[in-house]
Design a binder for this molecule. Structure first.
Ligand SMILES: *Cc1c(COP(=O)(O)O)cnc(C)c1O
Length: 355
């Protein structure tokens, strides 16, 4: 088969060895003669799977004892709702950083739910500095990596206000002090596995005063108490995360090695863009995402031609987000340095042919 390079923004690339393992285990999970998809969610096998997956996350992120890790459905989008519902009540002050697209979607929901919503910083081409966080804000919400705008936080605000972070497109791509956050959420399908499951990491403390008025299903505490098994969990998607965590630790060399690799990939591509006569990056240098590299062609014709050229040469998923146009190369954990080298070589060749 002709080699394809997957630079899709999401669902994103998974390592070949993980897909092979899943294929191998698909009809016979751990010698049980059944697929993981066919086993009851009340069976010890599934309880163990959920338990071991959350333990691995706790270990990799070195989480404190008061942190809970749960697996929910409903994607990042449901978290836009669950965060204000659980951490505030109507008219409460909640602060948001508006870095565009995904951040804006979260803000819209907080407003719809009648929260006193304040934009503590706003910029769509860089990460805003000097945030003004209200003293009575219940939380500060930010999107750690903006998949659409191509911006990423390199360090996080120092504040007593609990920080809630949407890390859907960069959790486990680098080391973070996860204990500094009140709540972190990340769906699986950009970096960590198959769509259908969202990881939520939350401090017990933060939920102590959470409203009793919220229906059971939408309360974090319900799912914490039920150990992510309040109703049928997305077992296969959780299993995919479990496989990815094994890959991260055993094959990719752990989170530090992943981080180093991700930095190399991104700097190679940004360096190329900065030197290019045809392509350029619109994102402020210090705010550039290592996960989603946004770029534009300096003229429309070159842009159209490059799209065809890239697809013909096996580079998939490079089309920019539908709201923005242009191009986007997503360099998630499974994308290799050699994938990025191949992309750069191909862009180089395109540029020479144009000139
Ligand atoms: C893709 C994405 C979402 C949306 O997630 P769904 O699972 O489709 O609801 C939210 N936040 C970020 C940062 C994303 O990249």
């Amino acid at each position: 088969m002709f080699k394809k390079y997957n630079f899709s923004a999401g669902p994103g690339k998974l390592p070949e060895s993980v897909l092979k393992r899943m294929k191998l285990e698909l009809t016979d999970y751990h010698g049980l003669g059944l697929s993981i998809m066919e086993i009851s969610h009340r069976d010890q096998v599934v309880l163990d799977l959920i338990d071991q997956t959350s333990e691995k996350i706790k270990q990799i992120l070195e989480l404190d004892d008061d942190k809970r890790v749960i697996f929910l459905q409903g994607g990042g989008t449901m978290q836009f709702h669950m965060v204000p519902l659980n951490l505030s009540i109507e008219n409460d002050c909640v602060d948001y950083v508006d870095t565009g697209y995904w951040a804006e979607k979260a803000i819209k929901v907080a407003k719809e739910l009648g929260r006193n919503t304040y934009i503590s910083g706003k910029s769509h081409t860089s990460i805003p500095k000097n945030l003004k966080i209200r003293r009575n804000a219940k939380y500060l919400h930010l999107c750690s990596n903006n998949t659409v705008m191509g911006t990423q936080w390199k360090s996080f605000p120092e504040t007593n206000c609990p920080i809630v972070a949407d890390m859907s497109s960069d959790l486990l791509s680098k080391r973070i002090n996860a204990n500094d956050f009140g709540l972190i959420y990340a769906h699986a399908q950009k970096i960590l596995g198959a769509a259908g499951v969202t990881i939520v990491i939350v401090s017990d403390k933060l939920l102590e005063h959470s409203s009793q008025l919220v229906p059971d299903f939408f309360r974090y505490n319900t799912h914490i108490l039920a150990k992510s098994n309040y109703h049928t969990p997305p077992i296969f998607a959780i299993y995919s995360i479990d496989c990815m965590l094994d890959w991260l630790q055993d094959e990719a060399g752990g989170i530090e090695a992943i981080e180093a690799n991700n930095s190399i990939k991104a700097s190679k591509l940004y360096n190329f863009l900065d030197d290019s006569k045809i392509f350029n990056s619109p994102v402020e240098e210090q705010s550039r995402s290592k996960m989603n590299v946004i770029f534009h062609a300096t003229n429309d014709d070159a842009g159209k031609n490059f799209m065809c050229y890239a697809e013909k040469n096996g580079f998939l998923g490079l089309k920019g987000h539908r709201s923005r146009g242009g191009f986007r190369a997503s360099l998630y954990n499974a994308v290799t340095i050699s994938d990025v080298n191949a992309l750069i070589d191909s862009m180089h060749e395109f540029e020479s042919n144009c000139g």
